[in-house]
Design a protein around this ligand. Structure first.
Ligand SMILES: Cc1cc2nc3c(=O)[nH]c(=O)nc-3n(C[C@H](O)[C@H](O)[C@H](O)COP(=O)(O)OP(=O)(O)OC[C@H]3O[C@@H](n4cnc5c(N)ncnc54)[C@H](O)[C@@H]3O)c2cc1C
Length: 541
């Protein structure tokens, strides 16, 4: 087994890729790279993992953990600890590339049952040992780090079963450690879909989706994860909380919502009941449109969402730079169609591409597509057919694999997302873009991918040469001011990536002191000794 730092930070199936032709051309054009620059191996991270710090858990206590789970499920070797020290935040990747792991967990434990989790939590409380539940470790907000060492509780090995599909109620009950693909396949085979497709779908788990309060690519139709969860079972240091799968209730607070987005700070989610929907890929309707500019495209999006019809499942809009980049990479520039579109006034650098995909009953999908086409046309949308959406869907998870090869040649690549109300969307988009573009040599793209009647998310992607030798501080400075810009312009701290430790410093400013007091009081009740994912996660003590 490969035990290098590289094998830890590489995304997904660890395939080694070179940037494709279109990306190479973009990097050359934007950053002045030459052919020789593409042979670079910047912070390649191909050294064997070695940790300075030994596990701090005394042998007698370790033995007690082993008595609970069996010794084979308690690991303290360097590689196991290193591979549970970070998620996939850009800063994490830099630390791993440099081989710097300051606070790895002391032990990685893979519990086999809920009973074992209860016993582990009791022991951690008695001995004041920090414990962080983890799924796919794809957190991009430093949600899985262990600043106090302690236990990384990995739920993917044993607690990954699909427990029950209930077709009367349209629900599925699953354990938290199940990854996206096996869950979706299981449901598809029975004529259902879970409807939750984050870009990290292949390597993230249901527990992580719920705990980090995520959203999938089809969230405009299916909803975010909080709209999909019907019931939860959570083992907290204070005891077990289990909510029921009522379709609705008026019983005081919504307890599910206390744990959705709790990021491992309150307890371990051990089962999730999700709503499921009929899977009918043959009925899907697709549409793509070009708009002359971002303002008319967002206007059309708003009109579509507020038309009193229903919602497209996938609903995406790329801003002018993202549209131009996609056209360039796909070799569309200067084609016959491109020349025709330019003639019609859809000019590069201004035009924007919109994607629609609607799922469900056949009459419904066709009717909604017709309505959307009509509204899009009223805002100057040019219908560009089904093919671009179908092509996009085929490679919907691919761009996640691009970050490593770009970092290999010294290019910083990161994304940040927010949500914003319609009346503020263009202002935020302009101002945050301006901030990002204030950096020398940077390529900034943005899109909308989760849309509501009241507003939408904005998702910024930026590429820029790393400041070599000072990569981490340079990135963190740029990122801090970026979050300041989003906050100052009325965007939420996060739409779907969660808060973790990265956005924690802004939490009190965003929520206010009293609201933070409420979160802290909940934490103090459920986790009186502060053992659950400690170290400022969510801005909690
Ligand atoms: C390339 C890439 C693309 C991404 N795209 C998206 C996207 O489109 N949409 C989106 O929502 N997110 C996205 N993310 C972010 C990330 O994948 C999500 O936050 C995901 O939900 C995390 O799931 P995970 O299983 O990897 O959880 P982890 O990263 O292991 O954990 C995330 C948080 O949840 C807690 N946690 C995990 N399991 C449990 C449990 N059983 N009980 C209690 N707490 C738990 C952890 O302590 C941690 O705080 C992306 C990340 C990457 C790297």
């Amino acid at each position: 087994m490969e035990t290098t730092y590289r094998s830890i930070f590489k995304w997904g199936d660890k395939r080694e890729e070179k940037p494709e032709k279109g990306i190479i051309a973009l990097v050359k054009e934007q950053f002045g790279y030459t052919d020789a620059d593409f042979d670079k191996k910047v912070l390649y991270g191909d050294r064997e993992v070695r940790l300075e710090q030994k596990s701090k858990i005394p042998a007698a206590i370790r033995q007690r953990f082993e008595n609970i789970t069996g010794s084979e499920n308690v690991r303290s070797d360097d590689y196991s600890r290193a591979s549970h020290a970070f998620g996939k935040f850009y800063g994490d990747l830099l630390y791993l590339r440099k081989g710097e792991i300051a606070t790895p967990p002391d032990l990685v434990i893979t519990p086999r049952t809920e009973k074992e989790i209860e016993q582990i939590l009791t022991l951690c409380q008695q001995e004041n040992i920090a414990i962080t539940p983890v799924g796919g470790l794809s957190s991009v907000t430093r949600g899985v780090e262990t600043p106090n060492g302690g236990i990384s509780l990995d739920l993917t090995k044993y607690l990954s079963k699909i427990l029950k599909v209930n077709t009367d109620n349209s629900t599925v009950r699953v354990q938290p450690g199940v990854y996206g693909p096996p869950l979706e396949k299981y449901l598809n085979d029975r004529g259902y879909t879970c409807g939750h497709f984050p870009q990290s779908f292949e390597y993230s788990t249901v527990g992580g989706w719920v705990a980090a309060r995520g959203a999938g690519q089809a969230s405009t139709g299916y909803g975010k994860i909080e709209d999909l969860v019907l019931a939860l079972r959570v083992i907290t240091p204070a005891g077990i909380i289990e909510t029921k799968d009522f379709p609705a209730t008026a019983e005081a607070w919504d307890l599910n919502k206390i744990f959705i987005g709790s990021e491992g700070t309150l307890g371990v989610i051990t089962s999730v009941t999700l709503k499921i929907r009929k899977y009918r890929p043959e009925n899907r309707a697709f549409a793509s449109f070009l708009f002359k500019d971002f303002a008319s495209a967002t206007h059309a999006m708003r009109q579509i969402m507020q038309a009193g019809t229903s919602f497209s499942h996938l609903f995406r809009l790329s801003d002018p730079v993202e549209t131009a980049t996609a056209f360039k990479i796909k070799g569309f520039d200067n084609s016959l169609s491109d020349r025709f579109l330019k003639m019609k006034g859809y000019r590069p650098g201004e035009r924007c591409l919109m994607f629609v995909s609607i799922e469900g009953d056949k009459d419904y999908t066709h009717l909604l597509k017709k309505k959307i086409k009509k509204i899009a046309r009223q805002s100057g949308g040019f219908y560009s057919g089904e093919k671009p959406v179908k092509e996009w869907l085929k490679q919907r998870y691919e761009s996640a694999y691009l970050r490593d090869p770009l970092m290999d040649i010294g290019i910083m690549t990161d994304t940040v997302e927010t949500s914003v109300s319609w009346d503020n969307l263009l202002i935020l988009w302009t101002n945050v873009r301006n901030y990002l573009e204030s950096r020398e040599k940077v390529h900034v793209m943005a899109h909308i991918s989760h849309v509501y009647e009241n507003g939408a998310n904005l998702y910024f992607t930026f590429l820029s040469p790393m400041k070599q030798g000072d990569e981490i501080a340079d990135y963190l400075d740029y990122h801090r001011e970026l979050i300041d810009a989003i906050h100052a312009n009325g965007g939420s701290l996060s739409h779907h990536h969660g808060i973790g430790r990265v956005l924690a410093p802004w939490m009190e400013k965003e929520m206010g002191k009293t609201a933070m007091g409420l979160l802290q009081a909940t934490k103090d009740y459920l986790d009186p000794k502060g053992i659950m994912n400690p170290g400022n996660t969510l801005g909690l003590r």
